[in-house]
Design a protein around this ligand. Sequence first.
Ligand SMILES: Nc1ncnc2c1ncn2[C@@H]1O[C@H](COP(=O)(O)OP(=O)(O)OP(=O)(O)O)[C@@H](O)[C@H]1O
Ligand SMILES: [Mg+2]
Length: 474
Amino acid sequence: MSSPEFCISIQHQNGELVIQHPLTFGEYTIGTATDNSIQIESEHVSRYHAKLSISEACLTFEDLGSSNGSLINGISVVQPTTINTGQTVQIGDLFLTVQINQKIISPLKLHNSDDMVGSGRYTLKQEIGRGGGGVVWLSHDEHLNQAVALKLLPVELENDPVALNDLVGEVQKARLLSHPNIIRIHDYIRVQDEIPFVSMEFVDGSDLGTLRNQQPNGLFTWERLEGLVSQMCNALEYAHQEQIIHRDLKPANMMITREGNLKLADFGIAARTSEKSPQANMEGDASGTMVYMSPQQMRGTMPAPTDDIYALGATLYDLLSTKPPFFEGDIYQQVQKNQAPSLSMRLQEFNITNKIPSHVESAIMKCLEKEPSDRPKNIKELSDLLHPGAEPPPPPISPPEHIPEMESVLAEPIETTQKFLEENIPTTVKSWWLIQTPQKRDIILTGIIICLLILAEFLFAKQPFNNPKFFLPW
Ligand SMILES: Nc1ncnc2c1ncn2[C@@H]1O[C@H](COP(=O)(O)OP(=O)(O)OP(=O)(O)O)[C@@H](O)[C@H]1O
Ligand SMILES: [Mg+2]
């Protein structure tokens, strides 16, 4: 196979391009020093800031102990981390993206924080992440005074009325879903001269892909996953009953809230938007959505619940063993024809220990069968295979991983807070006397004066108790 050509773009937040050039397999250091493979100028980037490794198997990003750090989806990169093509990594104040099979690309149109979209209804606050199907922003809904997540769709969609129509159909269906383990879709908004976007419930947490990268061996234990998988199954069982198929199940579309609960993102929508994205490449993209896709979905047959069952199996396989069943080379051919290695074989091959109960392993392998009829016939059946016995599966464990606070972003700018304080908070109270109400102060003052008068009487009267003019000392 000829070495594919990658393209790295480094941009400012406002989209201004800093550097862009083609790359092939190899290791590249990034920083301000001139002997870096990729040299950039920025006062927030360290001399030797990061290292990017591109191999046939994956793209790996490593922070080299930079002073301002690197972030993926808002989370600090503390160890070498696998990234996807099209995924953005923040290095200091700049944004790095690697794309595949594209020579020089036009940079993604970026927005700035505080930009307003949707005819001024939403203020963009912070970019949360990017995937094949757009850029997700934490935003403020000015009408409802609430935080929301906006997914700004790929610019290419604007010129494709058929795709836009399909997407509208998906949003119409997805917004009818109401389940605690599904991210609520609010609206699809398209106004003149703006990029169309989907508004949805904002989840202050992180996604399973990012959390997995923080684990010591880059994988989850079954104990940690079991409760979450039960919530995934509940959400999918409900959606399938409503005749809605997700079609893009993968770790990045599984959000975990701060309380440790799972919420599925992008019902029906990601599959529509990614198809039109410049990053989606059915023939060669081994790092995107394709590695979780069923053979039937790849061939473009009618969507079925068994597509989600396959994708769920591939996702669990990945989370428990660090890689999806097929992850390098010609993914399309392998997904169509090759039997996936068993989880135990894969762990052995990678020399990794992870104790996976045998019933869980066989349930996952059943999901990965090539023929839909050989997979669990519905989510209920899969759920029974994964959690046998009468006991309900345990609730998910609260995430021990670090999830960065988003509250700071939701809060108003510091200048606004200071101005409010200056205008509204009374001057600092220092003494006990000043915190009493005026009435209380009058009573206390009168009491003190009376006491002083009596004391004066005692001091000045010669025989206070038998003097008839006791109260007329002067
Ligand atoms: N509603 C949301 N609330 C908070 N964060 C979100 C929300 N939706 C997505 N994200 C975050 O934004 C990141 C990018 O999401 P996006 O859907 O654009 O990409 P993806 O899931 O990697 O790919 P795809 O486009 O195939 O779904 C996610 O990985 C997740 O961390
Ligand atoms: Mg997504």
